[in-house]
Design a protein around this ligand. Sequence first.
Ligand SMILES: [Zn+2]
Ligand SMILES: [Zn+2]
Length: 80
Amino acid sequence: MKSLLIAIALLASTSLAAQTAQCKATTKAGTQCTRKAKADGFCTLHNPATIHCAGKTKAGKPCGRLPMTGSKYCFTHKVN
Ligand SMILES: [Zn+2]
Ligand SMILES: [Zn+2]
């Protein structure tokens, strides 16, 4: 009986920790982003304040990668 209580407490604490540490954003697939969240509740990629690459993918969608330092583009979309 005691071990069951400990198991429940352990489960509750781990799910709580996952809630606070996991990014709140939803991915294109409709599932929750599994990246680690920063203080504002979003991972680096989903943080609205984060600047993303200005390039586009082959499908014509925004790249979404993080740009290289001092550039508007990620490594893939970098223009020399
Ligand atoms: Zn995220
Ligand atoms: Zn890019």
